[in-house]
Design a binder for this molecule. Structure first.
Ligand SMILES: CC(C)(COP(=O)(O)OP(=O)(O)OC[C@H]1O[C@@H](n2cnc3c(N)ncnc32)[C@H](O)[C@@H]1OP(=O)(O)O)[C@@H](O)C(=O)NCCC(=O)NCCS
Length: 179
C-alpha cells in the first residue's frame, strides 16, 4: 500500500465523494449496470441502512479510496425469518486497486458487524475473490437468492460462531435493491 489507510464510518459530508468513488470503481466492470452509486444513495434512505456499517477507506491525505456497505436483509422460509446482512457494493478507487484495500474493508466490516451482533452476511460476488475471507457457496447452508446467478457467485459467511446454524431459506433484499 502506498500510504497508511484508515477505515472509518462514512459521514454525511463523505456522500459526494463516495458517490464518485463508487461510480469510478464500477466504470469498467462488465457485469455492472453502472448504477451502484445510486443504489447506495437509495439504501442510505432505507430501513435496511446501518450507519455503522457504511465504511470508507481514507488515506493520510484525507482522500477516500474505498467504500463498503452492509445492509440488513432477511432470510425467510415458510416457518421462520432470520436477520442477516448483504455486502453490496464494495468499491476501491481504480488507481488504488490490488493493494489490499478491499480486503481491509471487508475484514473490518465483518468485525464491526459481528460486534453489533450480526451472525452472518451474504453477497453476490466473484468466486475468485470472496472465499479468501471465508465465504462459501450459500447453497451449502440452504440459502437461496431471489435471482438467477451462478451458484458459486452466491455466497454466505458466518460472522459469529454458528451464525448460520439452522438458517435456511430465501434471501429477501430491501426494496431499494429493486430485485
Ligand atoms: C473488487 C475490488 C473491491 C477488490 O478490491 P482491491 O482492493 O482491488 O482488492 P485487494 O487488493 O484486497 O485484493 C487483491 C486480490 O483480489 C483479486 N481481485 C481483485 N478484483 C477481483 C475481481 N473482480 N475478481 C476476482 N479477483 C479479484 C486480485 O486478483 C488480487 O488477488 P491476489 O491477492 O491473489 O493477487 C476492487 O477491485 C474494485 O473496486 N473493483 C471494481 C468494483 C467491483 O467489482 N466490486 C466488487 C463487486 S463483487
Amino acid at each position: 500500500m502506498k500510504t497508511p489507510i484508515t477505515i472509518r464510518q462514512e459521514l454525511p459530508q463523505d456522500h459526494t465523494n463516495v458517490y464518485k468513488l463508487i461510480r469510478a470503481a464500477f466504470a469498467s466492470v462488465e457485469e455492472s449496470d453502472h448504477s451502484e452509486q445510486d443504489l447506495v444513495e437509495r439504501l442510505r434512505h432505507s430501513s435496511s441502512f446501518i450507519p455503522e456499517l457504511s465504511l470508507v477507506a481514507e488515506t493520510g491525505q484525507g482522500e477516500l479510496v474505498g467504500h463498503v456497505l452492509l445492509t440488513r436483509i432477511r432470510i425467510i422460509n415458510d416457518a421462520q425469518t432470520f436477520p442477516s446482512l448483504a455486502v453490496a457494493p464494495l468499491s476501491v478507487q481504480p488507481s488504488w486497486q490490488r493493494q489490499g484495500i478491499g480486503s481491509v474493508l471487508i475484514r473490518e466490516a465483518h468485525l464491526r458487524a459481528a460486534a453489533l451482533g450480526y451472525g452472518s452476511a451474504v453477497l453476490l460476488g466473484h468466486p475468485g475473490y470472496y472465499p479468501r475471507f471465508g465465504y462459501l457457496p450459500a447453497h451449502r447452508f440452504g440459502i437461496r437468492f431471489p435471482f438467477d446467478a451462478s451458484a458459486d457467485c452466491c455466497m454466505a459467511i458466518e460472522l459469529l460462531p454458528d451464525g448460520l446454524k439452522g438458517v435456511q431459506g430465501k434471501v429477501e433484499y430491501d426494496p431499494a435493491f429493486g430485485i
